[in-house]
Unconditional design. Structure first.
Length: 116
């Protein structure tokens, strides 16, 4: 069974940075795409960034220029570098991944809190 595990969340002051990681287990095949989402209390899950085939990345306007998605070469490991964090970035951050066909797989989430 394919599983995704996120790490790297925590408490950070406004203007600070965090780097989230997501590692997959249960498969030897590379995912076609990996992505990051977040969900704040009382809000819908929001798309943040996606990387396809290890190099083609897209971003939500809300994080463009502040967040960067990357993937470890040849591995099902994806990162989200988050800079210039704001209080409104506080949320649970989720990793997702999929092969060319089939459903999206989701991680359990990691909490990011931006507060002074």
């Amino acid at each position: 069974q394919v599983q995704l595990v996120e790490s790297g969340g925590g408490l950070v002051q406004p203007g600070g940075s965090l780097r989230l990681s997501c590692a997959a287990s249960g498969t030897v095949y590379p995912f076609y795409s990996m992505a990051w989402y977040r969900q704040a209390p009382g809000e819908q899950r929001e798309f943040l960034a996606r990387i396809v085939s290890g190099s083609i990345s897209t971003y939500a306007d809300s994080v463009k220029g502040r967040f960067a998605i990357s993937r470890e070469n040849g591995k099902n490991v994806v990162f989200l570098q988050m800079n210039s964090l704001k209080s409104e970035d506080t949320a649970v951050y989720y990793c997702s991944a999929r092969f060319r066909t089939g459903p999206e797989t989701w991680g359990q989430g990691t909490q990011v809190t931006v507060s002074s």
